[in-house]
Design a protein around this ligand. Structure first.
Ligand SMILES: Cc1cc2nc3c(=O)[nH]c(=O)nc-3n(C[C@H](O)[C@H](O)[C@H](O)COP(=O)(O)OP(=O)(O)OC[C@H]3O[C@@H](n4cnc5c(N)ncnc54)[C@H](O)[C@@H]3O)c2cc1C
Length: 347
């Protein structure tokens, strides 16, 4: 019998698989490898919210857990996955500069930003009011992370590529059975597709469609990500990511003209060099009504778990949340009440 069957190979499922494997548990990772939100994500980790100039919930704790976590996986898989890319928040006007300087003194933001304006002359970027710097930011190559993870578990004979049919799953008191797999626990990390899972489809998951474009800008030299009303992030030589949109209403399975128009019009407010669009991708973020993940066991079946709702911060959140779940399952540690799905339990 295996310890854990994990369903889904996005950022969430892959983070879980590593956590449990490295803690010595026997894991079966099962996924259809269809492109979910993680295949579209720019993979940015950023402890601050640059729209409102606030810190992310538990920012320092998440960052402290996340960095060594991915670094260990880099060492094991021998793939470069994490890229440091400090963020320059482009100020729109003098008022924003003042707000930044004031908020930078708040204790929760102090570790991440300073009350100074960075005046940096970047050829091709118009920024008359300068920038604020977030040094402890970067990005995870999510596609490489998922591939390296599936390859690793495949090599260990612990990966199955197929969709899980919920009707075939048998839940017994002390174990679960799925086809030939018998395991103590099953954890569903299905992203937005959770809404098709009969065990958890009553949780208030909200889809939030995001679109990004990849552009080619010969001559633009960026060693930072620039965040204005959209971000532009260096990807590979001459290629940059521009994103993202947020849309809860239009969840169609295709890129939209409206997102194209939004991204390019915002970009052209500060990019002064000619560019060419080489790709346009979209995905549905699994977001939650209270902006906290869904972690925990089914109200009736104590061996059936969910790990979802990573919203727009899976890279930062998933490793920490996987550790919380592990400690809950194996060290009787209470799940943080804000992530525990028991908050939605029916009386
Ligand atoms: C445009 C855009 C930009 C983003 N940028 C960032 C960013 O910069 N930083 C960040 O941290 N986050 C970002 N996000 C959010 C991030 O992508 C999500 O939070 C994250 O991908 C969710 O991961 P997941 O593993 O829960 O779901 P998914 O990535 O959707 O993965 C779930 C996987 O499980 C599979 N699956 C589902 N059900 C089954 C089943 N029954 N059987 C087998 N397989 C199944 C799916 O097909 C899929 O492959 C962005 C999202 C979008 C759309």
């Amino acid at each position: 019998m295996k310890d854990i069957l994990i369903v889904g190979t996005g950022i969430a499922g892959c983070s879980l698989a590593w956590k449990y494997h490295l803690a010595g548990k026997s894991v079966v990772l099962l996924g259809d490898r269809k492109k979910g939100s993680s295949a579209v994500a720019a993979g940015v980790y950023n402890p601050t919210i640059l729209k409102r100039f606030t810190a992310v919930w538990k920012a320092q704790e998440l960052l402290d857990y996340m960095l060594p976590f991915y670094q260990e996986i880099e060492q094991i898989t021998k793939h470069k996955l994490l890229h440091s890319s400090p963020i320059l928040r482009r100020f729109h006007d003098e008022r924003e500069v003042k707000t930044w300087n004031k908020k930078a003194l708040r204790p929760e933001l102090e570790p991440f930003i300073k009350p100074v304006t960075v005046k940096k002359d970047i050829n091709g970027i118009d920024a008359p009011y300068g920038y604020g710097l977030v040094a402890s930011a970067g990005w995870l190559d999510t596609v490489a992370f998922m591939k390296a993870t599936c390859d690793f578990f495949l090599n260990e004979d612990q990966f199955i590529e197929e969709p899980l049919d919920h009707d075939v799953l048998q839940v017994q008191k002390d174990y679960i059975n799925y086809k030939s797999i018998k395991a103590s626990y099953i954890i569903f990390a299905e992203g937005y597709k959770m809404l098709q899972n009969p065990f958890f489809n009553e949780l208030p998951l909200q889809g939030n469609k995001g679109e990004v474009i990849t552009i080619k800008v010969p001559g633009l030299k960026l060693d930072h990500t620039i965040k204005s009303s959209v971000f532009i992030m260096p990807y590979k030589q001459d290629l940059f990511w521009v994103g993202a949109t947020y849309n809860r209403d239009e969840l169609s399975d295709q890129p939209t003209e409206a997102a194209h128009e939004f991204l390019t019009s915002r970009l052209e407010r500060f990019l002064t060099l000619p560019y060419e669009i080489v790709d346009h991708k979209y995905g549905i973020r699994p977001t939650t009504i209270d902006r906290r993940p869904f972690v925990g066991h089914h109200q009736q079946y104590k061996n059936v778990f969910v790990f979802n709702g990573m919203g727009s911060r899976a890279v930062l959140l998933a490793p920490w949340a996987a550790n919380e779940l592990y400690n809950h399952m194996y060290h009787q540690q209470e799940l943080h009440p804000e992530i525990n799905i028991a908050r939605f339990n029916k009386p």
